[in-house]
Design a protein around this ligand. Structure first.
Ligand SMILES: CC(C)(COP(=O)(O)OP(=O)(O)OC[C@H]1O[C@@H](n2cnc3c(N)ncnc32)[C@H](O)[C@@H]1OP(=O)(O)O)[C@@H](O)C(=O)NCCC(=O)NCCS
Length: 190
């Protein structure tokens, strides 16, 4: 029920000069497209850098506390945004997972997507106080996105991130509070 309200409210949101749109997934019709998107791109900073069709099909994109949006530029799908932990918004903090298609990385889609997501969540949920996200400590691009979008580095979890090859990395934890999102100096749209 929560997720469907979010989907209705979020249908297609323009994102500035680049003309990005954020479209709720249409499930189950979009399931094959989700599997194709996830299994035909590499995710070097995720626990599983390469997803087979089977493992991609297990990535949860919709449930009572998860919802997802396509990031589109015209008719081209350039990314996928999953929002999780939506079941306890008054006391808890949603998490998100942002994945830009390989061919479109480095075009500032990341920072525009996080700016959109942050505004979207705080606008849609008046009771929401904070949003959280984690990334691997060598994901420089994502750390730059967080900095541009006003997210604060709150902690380093030493060797908390298990990689596919069994090695371990540090995980960095970021967050933004509602009132911080409206500080004029906090965001760069360029
Ligand atoms: C991480 C990601 C979301 C960033 O989005 P993006 O649109 O590619 O990044 P942007 O174009 O907004 O660039 C952000 C910054 O990172 C830099 N950058 C981009 N790719 C980079 C790379 N491979 N290595 C180092 N820096 C990089 C950009 O130059 C830019 O720097 P600036 O802030 O100094 O100008 C995207 O690259 C991606 O989806 N990667 C794979 C999935 C992933 O790691 N998701 C994050 C999970 S937490």
């Amino acid at each position: 029920m929560l997720v469907s309200a979010l989907q209705i409210a979020g249908a297609a949101w323009e994102a500035g000069r680049m003309d990005l749109q954020f479209k709720p997934l249409d499930l189950p019709a979009d399931e094959p497209a989700v599997v194709e998107f996830l299994s035909t791109n590499e995710w070097p900073f995720h626990a599983e850098p390469h997803l087979s069709s089977d493992t991609a099909a297990q990535v949860r994109v919709e449930s009572d506390d998860i919802t997802s949006f396509w990031i589109c530029e015209g008719v081209t799908t350039v990314g996928l945004l999953r929002i999780m932990d939506l079941d306890d918004l008054e006391a808890g903090s949603p998490l998100f997972d942002l994945r830009v298609a390989e061919a479109h990385r480095g075009r500032r889609i990341g920072r525009r997507s996080v700016t959109w997501l942050t505004d979207y969540l705080f606008t849609t949920y008046p009771a929401l106080h904070r949003i959280e996200a984690t990334t691997r400590d060598d994901n420089v691009a994502m750390q730059s996105v967080f900095a541009h979008c006003g997210y604060r580095l709150e902690g380093r979890f030493v060797e908390a991130w298990t990689n596919a090859d069994g090695s371990r990395s540090d995980a960095l934890s970021y967050a933004i509070l509602r009132h911080e999102n409206y500080l004029p100096t906090n965001k760069s749209l360029g």
